[in-house]
Write a protein that binds this ligand. Structure first.
Ligand code: SF4
Length: 164
């Protein structure tokens, strides 16, 4: 069985980040996976109706799991509370992954939505901390293996082991 992968749209060259940029150009493996029709390209924030560009947002001194359990908020650098938009983004990512039969996700790190190894701490001072964004956390809780964009080698191994 082929393992399908939900992938952050900004990793595939789409300029959907808050500042209107993409994250990285496509890599050879991503090209091959796309030809194999493994990839489900998705931007949770865009799907939830957030605009491009948009104000940077951070989880306020908590993590994505806390936000999804109504124990924390997501705030833009303007002070605007955008928690509900980001919660919707997470649910839409999960629905897309489940409806598309994804078993794994390859997501851009650091984002309050897609971050999986680290997020920013809510002070808007560039301070990182370990933790997951809202979508990464929800996908993980529902049994979808989440990898960050720095873990491509681990994802390759994970797929090879499952499909050998
Ligand atoms: S929500 Fe995810 S896919 Fe969309 S721009 Fe942010 S990191 Fe990229």
């Amino acid at each position: 069985m082929i393992n399908r992968i939900l992938i952050s749209a900004c990793l595939m060259g789409f300029k959907v980040r808050y500042n209107g940029s993409e994250k990285a150009p496509m890599m050879a493996h991503l090209l091959r996976w796309q030809k194999e029709q493994r990839l489900v390209i998705h931007c949770p924030e865009l799907a939830a109706g957030l605009p491009i560009p948009r104000s940077p947002a951070e989880i306020f001194f908590a993590d994505g799991k806390d936000v999804m359990r109504e124990r924390a908020r997501i705030i833009e650098n303007t002070g605007n509370d955008v928690t509900e938009h980001y919660q919707l983004a997470a649910w839409l990512a999960l629905r897309t992954a489940q409806e598309s039969g994804c078993t794994a996700a390859l997501l851009t790190d650091g984002s309050p939505t897609c971050g999986s190894q680290f997020i920013y701490d809510g002070s808007f001072s560039g301070q990182r901390k370990p933790g997951m964004g809202v979508a990464a956390s929800l996908l993980n809780e529902h049994g979808i293996a989440v990898f960050s964009d720095t873990q491509l080698a681990e994802l390759i191994t994970w797929i090879e082991e499952r499909e050998s």
